[in-house]
Design a binder for this molecule. Structure first.
Ligand code: MG
Length: 307
């Protein structure tokens, strides 16, 4: 465990402030929005984009990338169809560990997108893998939803209510003062502190609600201890994806709408990244960011012709 000495909460444990790295320029082609033309300027457009044809695994964010809330984005199903037709694999990956893979399989099916368990993983899955790998047989106090509790137990993690070896904090929509207080006490008494992901807020139809990073902030303030964050953008996520899919980093592309999670996963870990502008990030955010995607497209729909 390490002691938190201040600084930006959304920057602990990761290399989010890397400078350098340049987005591949996409010349004066129109990728669905002419404002992109003003930002990029490169004569090697076609050869650069041809690299996408060599990629074998497409890691997809969901909310803001594939759908918005409960509404699927135009072209998303065609995007998956093109991947299938060209013999490529895909994996949906979300930091939202308040739900399980099963939940997302049903949600996607309701939108007309049929996938199997091998096409989906969450930050909860990364955490379970991480625990098995680094803390085999250790006990865990979980600050998470009942769905996540079930998933931990189903996958062989020993959950207990007192004196755990490790406290795992997640996006707990069933958080109580008692849970928060117990987590702080255990951490103060020496339990390891792990967080499934670092997102501060979760977007909903009614605006932002506090996510895992905000719950961690309360615990950090009380205990002075900061967690080890997992999920996007950390290397453990890419390591887990390599293990479960068998693909190497060079064969992957990660696509998402958030710079500090989706794109940083690629930028920090040597995986090609594509930013789509259907969710959180606008062009003006990109100009001021040190985290640079390799490519920028208006939406998944605009990528199809390059696959
Ligand atoms: Mg998103």
């Amino acid at each position: 465990m390490s002691i938190w000495r201040g600084g930006k909460l959304n920057n602990n444990g990761g290399k989010l402030n890397n400078s350098g790295g340049k987005a591949n320029n996409i010349g004066n082609k129109n990728f669905g929005d002419s404002s992109l033309d003003n930002y990029f300027n490169n004569s090697n457009l076609n050869s650069s984009l041809d690299k996408l044809k060599e990629k074998k695994l497409f890691i997809l964010d969901m909310d803001g990338t594939f759908y918005l809330g409960n509404r699927i984005l135009d072209g998303s199903l065609d995007f998956i169809e093109k991947l299938r037709k060209t013999g490529r694999d895909f994996l949906f990956f979300t930091n939202n560990a308040s739900k399980t893979s099963e939940f997302y399989i049903k949600k996607l099916a309701a939108m007309g997108c049929e996938i199997t368990a091998k096409n989906i993983a969450t930050a909860g899955d990364v955490t379970i893998e991480f625990l098995h790998e680094n803390y085999p047989g250790k006990s865990v106090y979980l600050v998470g939803t009942p769905l996540l509790e079930e998933e931990f137990e189903r996958k062989g993690i020993k959950l207990i209510q007192d004196n755990p070896d490790i406290v795992v904090v997640s996006f707990d929509l069933t958080l109580t003062y008692e849970k928060l207080s117990k987590a702080c006490t255990f951490i103060r008494n020496g339990s390891e502190f792990i967080a499934t992901h670092m997102d501060i807020n979760c977007p909903t139809e009614d605006g932002f609600i506090p996510d895992c990073g905000s719950i961690c902030a309360a615990i950090i303030t009380s205990t002075g201890v900061k967690p080890r964050y997992l999920g996007k953008p950390f290397k453990e996520t890419i390591e887990m994806i390599e293990r479960i899919t068998g693909y190497k980093k060079e064969e992957m592309v990660i696509i998402g709408d958030r710079l500090y999670t989706d794109i940083a996963t690629g930028f920090n870990n040597g995986v090609t990244s594509i930013l789509v502008l259907t969710g959180e990030t606008k062009m003006e955010d990109l100009e001021g960011s040190n985290i640079k995607p390799d490519y920028v497209f208006q939406s998944l729909k605009n990528i199809i012709e390059w696959l």
